[in-house]
Design a protein around this ligand. Structure first.
Ligand code: SAM
Length: 225
């Protein structure tokens, strides 16, 4: 049996066996512990905390911006966007208070959370001319939601920025990634896959679903790692 390192143990404790792919996010933090992170789809802030704690352990001063519908989430939207009940968000205020308490005084002021539909909030960031080093797309999962997030993220990136999609190749993520222009972007499916059992349905007889992260960087940029 492979022995788990400390950080893999932490990922497993926070996410369970089906969340081991998230350990790969920490490589971006290793490369630049003072990076600016935009997470689209925060839920209860588990990956936010994972990345921020890791940056702190590397002596970094990261900045974290999270976008979620938080208290605006309805049961109808949750089902439509394939958000699991376990990841249903709390209010923005509660999530911010929890995150700030968990990361401690040093990083508390380096966290901002925005409540709203991602397309609207990202449009505002674009108008403000904001740029992020790492953008993690993990909000709505329909094609419309994911492709709309990606379209806007392109205007929030600099030459060395990285976008990471969660949940490839499921729902709207696979079709969005397939549509990315390889002459403009370098697309890499990250190695680690989480495989989760599922109930087959008439429309989809598969008994397992595989989840991977996909990294996208400008084609002219050097490889991230
Ligand atoms: C899968 S969860 C995010 C999990 C989180 N990234 C983590 O790793 O712990 C998806 C989140 O996206 C949010 N969401 C869904 N559709 C959204 C939309 N259109 N705009 C903003 N947030 C949305 C949901 O409220 C939910 O909290």
């Amino acid at each position: 049996m492979r022995l788990l390192g400390r950080r893999a143990k932490k990922v497993r404790r926070d996410h369970g066996r089906s969340g081991m792919r998230y350990e790969q996010l920490l490589a971006y933090v290793d490369a630049n512990p003072s990076l600016s992170i935009l997470e689209i789809g925060v839920a209860r802030g588990r990956n936010a905390l994972l990345m921020l704690e890791h940056a702190r352990s590397r002596g970094g001063t990261p900045h974290y911006t999270g976008v979620d519908v938080f208290e605006l989430m309805t049961e109808e939207l949750r089902r439509a966007e394939n958000t699991s009940a376990k990841k249903r968000p709390l209010s923005r205020e509660q999530t911010l208070a929890e995150l700030r308490k968990s990361v401690g005084a040093e990083l508390a002021d380096r966290i901002e959370l925005h409540c709203g539909f991602s397309h609207d909030v990202l449009e505002r960031f674009i108008e403000e001319g904001r740029r992020f080093d790492l953008i993690f797309i993990d909000a709505g999962h329909s094609f419309e939601a994911v492709s709309g997030d990606w379209e806007r993220c392109q205007r929030l990136m600099g030459p060395d920025s990285t976008v990471v999609f969660d949940d490839y190749p499921n729902w709207g993520v696979g079709p969005t990634v397939s549509g990315i222009d390889p002459t403009r972007w370098r697309v890499r499916v990250l190695e680690r896959a989480d495989v989760v059992p599922r109930e087959p349905t008439e429309d989809d007889p598969a008994t397992r679903r595989s989840f991977q992260l996909v990294e996208v960087r400008p084609a002219m940029s050097p490889p991230a790692r």
